[in-house]
Write a protein that binds this ligand. Sequence first.
Ligand code: PPE
Length: 308
Amino acid sequence: MTTQNQIWMDGSLVPWEQATVHVTAHALHYGSSVFEGIRAYDTPAGPAVFCLGAHVRRLYHSAKVFRMEIPYTPAEMEQAIVDTILANGHKACYVRPLAFRSAGGLSVNPNGCPVGVVIVTMEWGSYLGSEALEKGVDVGVSSWTRMAPNTFPAAVKIGGQYVNSQLIAMEAARHGYVEGIALDASGFVSEGSGENVFVVANGHIVTPPAGSSILQGITRNCVMRLAADLGYTVREEQVPRELLYLADELFFTGTAAEITPIRSVDGIVVGAGCRGPVAERLQAELLGIASGRLPDRHGWLTPCRAGS
Ligand code: PPE
C-alpha cells in the first residue's frame, strides 16, 4: 500500500497519515463496521468503476441490516468514490469504503457511537497470486464452518463477520493452500474466505444459493448474467462437498479475485487440473467489459472522468 494516497474521511480528502481513529473506537473492539470492496479498471476512457451502483447499494443494505445510519446519501458516496480515485490519479485501483462505529463509550450496544465513513484507494493486482487467473489455485476445504443463518447475516458485508474469514484464510495458508472453502452449517459448500464458488459439471453451472450463508456477491451476479448470455444454464442450489472433487471445473468469483480457477481441492485434482474452457470464456467476457475492450452491454461501468 502506498502511503502517498489521500483518503476520503468524513466528507473531505486528507493525507494518508491524518486518517486515524481513537483507540476507543467501537469498531476496533467489536467489529462494528460495514464495508465494500470495489475495483476501478483502466479503460481507454480513463479509470472506470465496475458495478459502482451495486456496491454502494450493498453498503447501504449492510448498514440497514446492522441498524447503522450512514450520514451520506448513496449518491454522495458514489461521487466521493469517484472523487477519491481521481484525486489519487489512479488508472486502476481497489476501493475500500468503510462505515464504522467510532469512539463513544465502550459497551457492546453501539448505538451511542457516531458513525465515521472513510474511502481508501490502493493499487491491487491479482488477489490470489500473479499466475492464479491463468493457472488456477490449490485450495482446501476448511475445518471452520461458515456462520449459521441465525448467527450472522452472511449476505451482507459486516466487519466482525470477517473473523470467520480470517480463520479460514489463516488455516488455508498454514496448510499450504492459496485459499480455503468453507461449508455451511448443514455441511454444504458455502464460499471462500473472500470469494463465491462456482462448479461446472456435465455442462451446467451450479453455485450455492443464498441459504448457504454466502455473501450476495456482485461478481457472482455478473458471472451468472454472462453465463446466461453465453447460453449456459446456471442453477443456484446446494452443493455437496464431493462435487468439488468431481467437478469438470471449479472457480472463485469476487471483486478482488475476479474469476480465479481452482485446480485442486484437498490435493485432489479438479477436472484437467488447469483453467477450464468455461472459466476462460467467462474471464474473457468479464475482464473484456471491465477494461472497455468489449462493449459495456449491461451498463456496469462508471467512467470517473466527466464526459468519458
Ligand atoms: N464472499 C465473501 C466472504 C467476500 O468477502 C467476497 C468479497 C465475495 C464473496 C465476493 O463478493 P463480490 O466482491 O461482491 O463479488 N471479498 C472482497 C475481498 C475481501 C478482502 O478484503 O480480502 C473483495 O473481493 O473485494
